[in-house]
Design a protein around this ligand. Sequence first.
Ligand code: FES
Length: 350
Amino acid sequence: MSNAYFDSISKYAEADWLTAVESLAPSVHEVDRAAVQIWFRFYPLDLERYLAAAENPEEAMRGLALQGDFGLADKIDTSHRFLYGHRYWPQAKAAIEARAASGEQFGDIASEIKAVAKTVADAAKANESLTLSIAAAGLYTLAHVGLDAFKAASGIAAKPAGIMAKSPDAIVAERAKDDSQGMFGFLKTVDKKFSVIRDEYTGGRFPVINEEDVASASQKDHSQDWQSMDDRCWDGPVPIECTSASCGTCWVGVLGGAEKLTEPSARERKQMKVFGYNQPDDAKPYLRLACQAKATGNVTIVIPPWNAVFGKKVRGNVEDVELEPATTSAKRLRSVVQDAISSNLSLIHI
Ligand code: FES
């Protein structure tokens, strides 16, 4: 369907969206300030358009070692569940559809996000600092999926539960807290134990020992059949493969406690670029490789539903010879990565 609003939204590139979201960050409530940046990085428009333009998308995905469930088409109502603003999704979807139906052109990105956030805030009787994130995610979703698919989605939001049912300030405080170390906890050093919270709706978490990396801690959690939920989770709730920053499988968003993770090494930063994950250069960035980030307190993470190696092909910002082969055990996953490596021999040394 041709629509002036959608036609003008689609001319913007991923970088334009990220610049707009960055400019609005100071106005976003802390509860969603990192979350909305993470959400945008989980759904890269550049990759979506690269795959859409491919003659054979399946082959293109294999060439990028893409695993899991990429894209927004089947997650229009659910991808932003980890945002506090998700609860305002019905109002946000209605506001965006109304703007599209008005026949007006989409203005600049930041102004459009603010306009939708204001409509949502008025409708939900909420503060605009809490509606900016879902307004931004909703508009970017429209840019990804097109107007017909956007309108066809149900517009139903998940009911807040668990930690997510608390007030925004209480959620921020909850994320800052560490597990009690008991009466003599002040005497403990290396034997301190903390939690990695992986789902704020269910309270799902796994223990992590002081200075243990998040992936190793996840590997000890056999409380559920993780692989039945996500084929990549063959050894714990966090998908892993190489455990050496070589494959990009274990990337996670850090919703809370980024300051309680060790700083990323130069290698982790370089590899993030190779994988294509658009990591900001901050000392405590939004995205981490779980196999590299060591916890020194409670940390709240969100796990993306896919992983890939697309920095070179899609972003074009990676020097040759950066990708190293996966080195370890998960044989089936390894073969997927190896296929991608062998189709990109100009990039690597084996
Ligand atoms: S498991 Fe391969 S990069 Fe972390």
